[in-house]
Design a binder for this molecule. Structure first.
Ligand code: T6T
Length: 324
């Protein structure tokens, strides 16, 4: 009996302590720095991050630059570091140029996790190099995504003809890897010639005029791979402006809402949609797990959904169209 009473006292004491701890529980602030703020990919990532922040009772701060550019992103990062959040999730806009700016966060004791893109080699916590300090990298498998795009384009053009990659700029981990995967896969398609990559600086208008110049030089152009949202939309617009809709085939990376109309009209043959909401969700969950003393994996890979005319209306496919 005494033991039971004692146990009850201990139990109620620990219950009080537990609730006091719950009241004192620190509310974490997690910052998400996107590649740029006005991109449906990062807007969708933010939604996933907010869902996770709500689930764990953390505050999410979303702060980014208006353009995908390391020169603009670094001062935004400095401002975020000055607010000293409990953790920073960031899509670095350049593999090397964001290393030093991010080192400042790590030196200030702020854990860093990169989402979508990586710095250095993307192999973190290995003890090698000066860019392995982020705790984790959460993203699509971009080499694989590039290979998937190559297969889709090869199929669309009947496995022969000239194609090229419309890309952002060298030094961006994601789009570099997509181009690498695309070219690797095309080695298995000897009837296809891959022309020189056109870099558009994430400017859809530039991508559109580049398409027209490439087409002007190669009237037998068979297809183009737009390696991210703006490259793909721009290349597709260029195909339309050249009067080649449905003739020059377009495979897009990313899935903004306009992709639906473009796929249905036949201007774009297919899109490799990433799952940005998953990236944001697992980014926040990983940060929270780390902040509460759990170990976290150094890489988390998220999936793809391939969209085309046949499946775009199916709810399990359409749910991966980005939010804007
Ligand atoms: O493709 C995404 C992202 O994965 C890439 O790193 C940059 O471009 C996008 O944000 C789309 O615009």
């Amino acid at each position: 009996k005494t033991m039971t009473a004692l146990a009850a006292v201990v139990f109620s004491a620990s219950a009080v302590l537990g609730s006091a701890q719950a009241q004192d529980k620190k509310k974490f602030t997690i910052a998400l720095v996107p590649g740029l703020t006005t991109d449906a990919f990062y807007i969708t990532m933010r939604k996933g991050a907010e869902a996770a922040a709500k689930a764990v009772g953390a505050d999410l701060v979303f702060q980014g630059a208006p353009e995908f550019n390391p020169v603009q992103q670094a001062p935004v990062l400095d401002a975020v570091i000055a607010r000293h959040p409990d953790a920073i999730l960031i899509a670095p806009t350049d593999k090397t140029q964001l290393v030093q700016p991010l080192k400042k966060a790590a030196d200030a004791g702020i854990p860093v996790i990169t989402v979508d893109t990586f710095i250095g080699t993307g192999n973190y916590q290995t003890g090698s190099g000066d860019a392995d300090f982020p705790l984790a990298y959460i993203a699509s498998d971009n080499v694989m995504g590039g290979k998937m795009a190559a297969r889709a384009l090869a199929k669309a053009i009947g496995d022969k003809g000239k194609v090229y990659v419309s890309n952002v700029k060298p030094g961006v981990s994601t789009t570099d890897q997509r181009e690498e995967g695309f070219k690797e896969e095309m080695k298995a398609h000897p009837g296809i010639t891959v022309l020189q990559t056109q870099f558009n600086d994430d400017d859809a208008n530039k991508a559109a005029s580049q398409l027209q110049s490439v087409y002007a030089r190669n009237s037998d152009l068979a297809g183009v791979f737009g390696a991210n949202l703006f490259s793909a939309l721009g290349a597709a617009n260029g195909v339309q402006q050249a009067g080649q809709a449905g003739k020059v085939k377009v495979i897009a990376f990313d899935a903004p809402t306009t992709i639906v109309g473009n796929i249905k009209s036949g201007l774009i043959d297919g899109a490799i949609a990433q799952h940005p909401a998953e990236i944001g969700y697992y980014g926040v969950i990983s940060a929270y797990a780390h902040l509460t003393g759990q170990s976290i994996p150094t890489t988390i890979g998220t999936g793809f959904t391939v969209m085309d005319k046949e499946n775009i209306d199916q709810p399990d496919v359409a749910k991966f169209i980005y939010k804007d």
